[in-house]
Design a protein around this ligand. Structure first.
Ligand code: 2P0
Length: 325
């Protein structure tokens, strides 16, 4: 069996964050989350089940990957092989498309693209909602990258219903400016960081309560297209996640001096009348939610502090899609 079709998946940035699992094996989250899919960062992947190889082969950005990196892919493909009754090894080719020096290669787009390509190659033809439950088993945030626009990952009650749901296609002057503060690999992985936070932060129960309220409010703001409210909730929720991490033992912080500089610049921009709001994930980079039509103005202002190559404007990304060269 051979199938060289490629699938493209776009990355996403959470406005309401996922930070903790209630079931590690199934990647069931402690809370529902909500994100915006971005068009500037994506992964393209092909999978072919192939009798000419004796074990799974994985190329990332045209580079042959070692056993450790390939094992993660193999375990993930096993979910599809088991469901489809396929016994063959696979050849996997994956390319991350991120602007030069951005260093934002993301497990969200990576695992979503792999899920999409495995879905095609296996002939399972899962619908996108079901596919999101497979993507979830590769990386939690990948659940949301199956769809474009504003996407909720509903925490659900089990493996089948912890899935993505499109809330809105975000086709109303929405964008994000990413400030690449540092493109190096982070010292504490999300997986370890969230586990320690759940286990040790005394703020964790309040984080969960507060996030449930934020999620309800942001969905209603999105449906009303109330940009300012969407932004205020985004900024508040992101900071609450970081506050919860600071309460962990040992305390966890992903911030760098330039992260704080970027956040202050966003406050200054807001003061000057441009509505924009920041959020941060498990790293020092700052993402600025804005009107896409203000993206260039924001980039120009931030260029006083950062190198323009550190500033990337994105519009809303699409659902995963099949790519023909
Ligand atoms: C999110 N992050 O909602 C949150 C906010 C980072 C901070 O999802 O262990 O790579 O593979 O499920 O999805 C990053 O964690 O972690 C993440 P796993 P993942 O986007």
């Amino acid at each position: 069996m051979s199938n060289e079709k490629k699938v493209r998946a776009y990355t996403n940035i959470a406005l309401i964050k996922y930070w903790g699992k209630r079931n590690e094996e199934l990647f069931l989250p402690m809370n529902s989350s909500l994100s915006l899919t971005l068009d500037s960062f994506y992964t393209e992947t092909s999978v072919s089940f192939d009798s000419s190889v004796s074990e799974d082969i994985f190329y990332l950005n045209d580079t042959f990957q070692d056993t450790k990196a390939t094992e993660k892919v193999s375990r993930f493909l096993d979910l599809f092989r088991e469901e489809a009754g396929i016994k063959l090894p696979a050849i996997v080719k994956s390319t991350n498309f991120v602007p030069t020096a951005a260093g934002l290669a993301s497990s969200a787009s990576g695992m979503a693209a792999l899920a999409g390509a495995a879905n095609l190659a296996s002939g399972l033809n899962l619908d996108k909602t079901t596919l999101s439950t497979y993507a979830r088993r590769g990386s939690g945030s990948a659940t949301r990258s199956i769809f474009g626009g504003f996407v909720e990952w509903q925490m659900g009650t089990n493996n089948a219903d912890s899935c993505a749901l499109k809330v809105d296609d975000a086709s109303w002057d929405i964008g994000m400016v990413t400030v690449v503060v540092n493109d190096k690999q982070k010292a504490v992985s999300s997986r370890v960081g969230m586990k320690n936070t759940v286990a040790t932060s005394p703020f964790y129960p309040s984080w969960l309560e507060s996030t449930a309220v934020d999620l309800r409010n942001i969905k209603s703001a999105i449906l009303k297209k109330d940009f300012e409210q969407v932004g205020e909730i985004t900024e508040s929720n992101g900071m609450k996640m970081h506050a919860t991490m600071l309460g962990a033992n040992p305390p966890l912080s992903y911030w760098e001096p330039d992260s704080v500089r970027a956040m202050q610049a966003v406050r200054d921009l807001r003061q000057s009348g441009i509505p924009c709001y920041f959020t941060m994930d498990a790293g020092p980079n700052v993402k600025v939610l804005c009107r896409l039509s203000d993206g260039q103005k924001i980039k120009d202002y931030l260029s006083n502090i950062f190198n323009p190559t550190q500033l990337i404007i994105s519009g809303p990304g699409k659902d995963i899609e099949e790519i023909t060269d």
